[in-house]
Design a protein around this ligand. Structure first.
Ligand SMILES: [Zn+2]
Length: 151
């Protein structure tokens, strides 16, 4: 028996979690079974890695013009828009202030949303991003996702 066989056997005994997951990119929905504590899973619809944790962030849209907004704990990141990409290996073009762009994965967007929101708010002279921001400002715009009907 090789070391590789030992690792395979351990994986069988790890606690599993089952969850219905909807892919941000291709809208494929499936009942996923994965090891507890996993951070990402491959989407059977588009074969890209999808996050299992949201880090308190959400991607909301599309809006007229084809862009999406990013929220962190329910508050919209100001001056940020996402555009879906299907011509590169990245999921999104992340646009800041309609001037600066970078191509990123969904996982990167979700992981960095809170840090980016706080960095912008603090740099602009506010205490923090979102709910406890003082004084009230554009870094405190609450937003929730509207349910979309499946066809
Ligand atoms: Zn997908």
């Amino acid at each position: 028996m090789s070391n590789k066989d030992d690792i395979k056997d351990l994986n069988k005994y790890r606690p599993k979690e089952t969850r219905t997951i909807s892919c941000f990119m291709c809208d494929y929905e499936w009942k996923a079974v994965f090891n507890k504590g996993s951070k990402e899973i491959e989407c059977p619809g588009c074969r890209a890695m999808r996050p299992l944790q949201t880090y308190g962030a959400d991607i909301i849209g599309p809006f007229r013009g084809g862009y999406y907004f990013v929220t962190s704990y329910g508050y919209r990141l100001p001056n940020v828009r996402l555009y879906k990409r299907d011509d590169t290996d990245q999921d999104w073009t992340f646009e800041l202030d309609a001037r600066f762009e970078v191509d990123v994965s969904t996982i990167e967007v979700l992981r960095w949303a809170s840090i980016l929101g706080n960095a912008m708010a603090i740099s602009a002279g506010y205490s923090c991003f979102g709910e406890n921001s003082n004084p009230s400002n554009l870094y405190k715009t609450k937003m929730t996702n509207m349910a979309t009907q499946k066809e």
